[in-house]
Design a protein around this ligand. Structure first.
Ligand SMILES: Cc1cc2nc3c(=O)[nH]c(=O)nc-3n(C[C@H](O)[C@H](O)[C@H](O)COP(=O)(O)OP(=O)(O)OC[C@H]3O[C@@H](n4cnc5c(N)ncnc54)[C@H](O)[C@@H]3O)c2cc1C
Length: 549
């Protein structure tokens, strides 16, 4: 088992099973066919922390020491790998910077599998691939827990901007630690040393750079998660949106040899990524968190060779050219032979004064661990009667002191799955307020009170609470399509009825497909989004003429 130095200060510290799995002697023997073996007579650096394109190193004898240092105090942390263990994590599947460097110790024999052969290795040796992929996902989850890589956010109390950055990093599974200027002397001295004024916060500091009050996309560019989307390439398939539908499309398209690019304006996972626990997705009898499902799906797509670029917002599409030209937020354009619209839907906002002032300062649109951490022991309010509101109510009721659930209708049953309705009605920690609407919000820098009114009696209730969860449905993200394809009256994309030469997911324009929540008439569920994303690839092949009709 790998050994750890310098980590005792990082709490909570429990290495998940599988984060340092070993290959068996038989697997090691097979791996040697893909790599180059070398014995190091002295300690030698294999790659630095923050390097791109690092190869895979497997310890055959001796040890590899992996190391990273904290961006602020420079403290170094070491994890030493034993024979059978291997270096790397999610960066092995993409071109992003490594979070952690590696060096071979004196006398060690190490197998290097170069990037050019890594995909072939992972596809041909399925049992090893399974183990490597499982291990690197576990490793990343643990790295996120303890902040490996040394990225530090200096927060300014509970401001909306700090929360926005923390939420974005968490949604993208990017490890960081946060120190708060208002609470820690460490952050005050760091701010002083770096010449940071209060107006510069929140700031994000890595070993190589510092960003003051960064825009999310500027941060994504620095972290490399936006990928270098080069112009001049024509992709076989461009998938717009990395929710369940887009990621499923990418897995099937890339695994069937199509050159696939996925663009998302925020993070992989879409709406599902914000769900605390999805309990009705086939195969996960104990439920699965949206974040985990998203991470696994992204890794799966990347393993097959898809490129997933984050913070790439699609702003328009030119359907008149033979290869479609899709415009991005940074004025770049991407060309593709086929386009899949998988942009899903975006949560609706409450029609109440001052809502925007409290967004990021008490108003939540999801119930992820980032949202929940400040709610512990406090009363909270949830608005909405759909499944997402129901799940949030169950999840939060175990943490908040009490959950008040407001719905416009007289009862829950018409809009929510029965298993959730039963649990909510049985819970002593949840009070359901039927026929109720939020009428005002109060607070200074943070939400402090929510008032709602009963539509039946007119009675108003004013509750002291710092947290309002708004879960009242979503509208399609299709404005960028403008006049290119036919939309229905509510803005969802119309697809064909499945005639012989056009599959069920082709839009009014040949070569442009739509799947998942953005599609008119779709069932708004994870499983149906995934199903549509998987099936659409047959239609793409048919259109591209590579698969035969
Ligand atoms: C909190 C919550 C809990 C849920 N729980 C469940 C559940 O338990 N079971 C279940 O079956 N369903 C559940 N759902 C519904 C389910 O998550 C959705 O049906 C599913 O995510 C739809 O997938 P999708 O890929 O079509 O779209 P989305 O998940 O909406 O993904 C679309 C993606 O496209 C991106 N995007 C949008 N516009 C652009 C653009 N212009 N450029 C680039 N990217 C863009 C978005 O950022 C997003 O990542 C839940 C939804 C929510 C909100």
């Amino acid at each position: 088992m790998a050994t750890f130095e310098g980590l005792a200060s990082l709490q909570p510290f429990s290495v998940p099973l599988g984060a340092y799995a070993k290959l068996s002697p038989d697997q090691l023997a097979r791996a040697t066919r893909y790599g180059i073996e070398r014995t190091y007579t002295c300690a030698t650096r294999l790659y630095r922390q923050s390097e791109r394109w690092a190869d895979l190193y497997i310890v055959l004898a001796g040890a590899v020491q992996t190391v990273w240092s904290d961006a602020i105090n420079g403290e170094e942390y070491f994890i030493t790998l034993e024979p059978g263990e291997f270096s790397g994590e999610l960066n092995l599947l993409n071109q992003r910077e490594t979070l952690i460097g590696a060096r071979a110790l004196e006398g060690s024999t190490i197998l290097r599998i170069p990037r050019e052969r890594l995909r072939e290795f992972l596809i041909a040796e399925t049992d090893i691939s399974e183990q490597v992929v499982w291990t690197i996902v576990q490793r990343r989850q643990w790295f996120v827990q303890i902040g490996v890589g040394g990225l530090v956010m200096i927060a300014d109390g509970e401001s909306g901007d700090s929360e926005r950055l923390a939420r974005f990093l968490a949604a993208n599974s990017y490890p960081f630690r946060s120190i708060d200027l208002s609470r820690s002397s460490e952050s005050r001295s760091v701010a002083q040393e770096r010449g940071l004024q209060e107006a510069d916060l929140p700031a994000v500091i890595s070993r190589k750079w510092m960003l003051k009050r960064p825009q999310l996309c500027a941060l994504a560019d620095k972290l490399g998660i936006s990928e270098d989307v080069r112009e001049g390439i024509t992709w076989d398939v461009l998938v717009v949106g990395a929710g369940p539908a887009g990621l499923a499309t990418a897995v099937y398209a890339a695994s069937e040899g199509l050159r696939t690019l996925v663009l998302d304006n925020y993070a992989a996972g879409g709406q599902a990524g914000t769900s605390s626990r999805i309990e009705n997705y086939l195969g996960f009898s104990n439920g699965v968190s949206g974040a985990e499902l998203a991470k696994q799906a992204q890794v799966q797509a990347e393993k097959f060779g898809a490129t997933v670029a984050i913070c790439r917002s699609v702003t328009g599409i030119d359907c008149s050219e033979e290869a479609f030209l899709v415009g991005l937020n940074d004025d770049k354009a991407v060309a593709a032979r086929a386009v899949v619209i998988a942009t899903g839907a975006k949560y609706r906002k409450l029609n109440v004064a001052e809502l925007e002032r409290f967004e990021g300062a008490g108003i939540h649109y999801s119930a992820t661990p980032v949202d929940v951490r400040t709610c512990v022991g406090q009363p909270i309010v949830i608005v909405g009667g759909g499944n997402s509101a129901g799940q949030a109510a169950m999840f939060l009721s175990a943490r908040a002191s009490h959950v008040h659930m407001l719905i416009r209708g007289p009862r829950l049953s018409s809009t929510m799955s029965d298993y959730l309705v039963q649990r909510i009605l049985a819970s002593k920690a949840i009070t359901l307020h039927p026929r109720s609407e939020v009428v005002s919000l109060e607070g200074t820098t943070h939400l402090s009170h929510v008032t709602w009114q009963s539509r039946a009696t007119g009675e108003k209730t004013r509750l002291e609470t710092e947290h309002l969860f708004v879960m009242i449905g979503a509208d399609p993200c299709t404005a960028w399509l403008r006049d290119c394809v036919n939309l229905d009256a509510n803005g969802f994309v119309r697809t064909s009825s499945g005639s012989e030469d056009r599959g069920p997911f082709e839009t009014s324009v040949r070569g442009i497909f739509a799947v998942g929540d953005a599609r008119s008439g779709s069932i708004k569920r994870v499983a149906s989004a995934v199903g549509e994303g998987s099936v659409v690839v047959a239609g793409i092949h048919r259109y591209l003429g590579t698969f035969g009709a």
